[in-house]
Design a protein around this ligand. Sequence first.
Ligand code: C2E
Ligand code: CA
Ligand code: CA
Ligand code: CA
Length: 280
Amino acid sequence: AKHLGRDQVCAYSQEDMLRVEDRRMLGARLRAALQAGELYLDFQPQVCASSGRMLGFEALLRWRSPELGLVMPDRFIAVAEGMGLMPELGQWVLDHACAQMRAWIDGGLADGLVMAVNVAAQQVQRPDFAEHVTDTLQRHGLEPAQLELEFTESSLMENIERALQSIHRLSASGVRLAFDDFGTGYSSLSYLRQFKVDRLKIDKSFVHDLPDDEDSVAIARTIIAVGHQLQMDVVAEGVETPEQARLLRALGCDVLQGYLIGYPMNAPAAGDWLRGHPAG
Ligand code: C2E
Ligand code: CA
Ligand code: CA
Ligand code: CA
């Protein structure tokens, strides 16, 4: 609420109003978009920091709307969460990422590769989430170790008990788990003890100012040390320059992801990428 003076409170500023309108409009269209086939996935490569070997892709959701053009997830994921649409949307992403993986494996392109998929709070909070994941893997004939699920701290903190249950079940099933945007939340270290995961992803905001900004170097070095101490691999996202890559390699970072290595690509382009960067 904005205070306009004595006793006068206006519920929304004009800017908020636009945002509310935008959300309402996006929300109404998003529901239909799922049915109309307007959603698709881009795939961004992840490579071994030391050898450059192709390790896998992160699946990133896209919405191509006839009226709105290409809408990026930063604009519509929060809207979908607000509408309670995220379990459905998230299941769509998981299903399509697994189907794509299956197709690439059948084409001899993806042996040993891992598909990373983002998971929203509303998904991990569901008691049947782990079962959903294993069902989806089975349906596509994939091994659990071929899937990595990326969680943000806030998605787990919304209901720790429920999240822990899902995480334990997924971990026991052999699915790989990663902490996304690591270091941007509030309770990063304490939750590392509770949630045993396989990987930490250094947020791109920390990678951005490498190698010149000393504080960013210290943070990257610290995250890598913490990860390795706890037997986790560390992934750097948002790697855009050779200087960033060189420093991350020198600090012992395990995996690189970012425009320097490859932009997010649609499925045909990602398939071409795999032909040029064989796995294994
Ligand atoms: P994220 O998980 O941190 O994903 C990485 C974002 O960084 C992606 O943006 C990617 O395109 C972008 N990126 C990759 N390399 C670089 C780089 O070198 N430089 C810069 N500046 N950016 C780079 P995108 O695709 O717009 O996704 C934004 C966020 O939306 C994601 O952030 C993720 O939190 C969320 N998201 C995307 N797809 C899904 C999904 O299927 N489910 C859920 N729950 N969230 C998703
Ligand atoms: Ca992610
Ligand atoms: Ca991230
Ligand atoms: Ca991020």
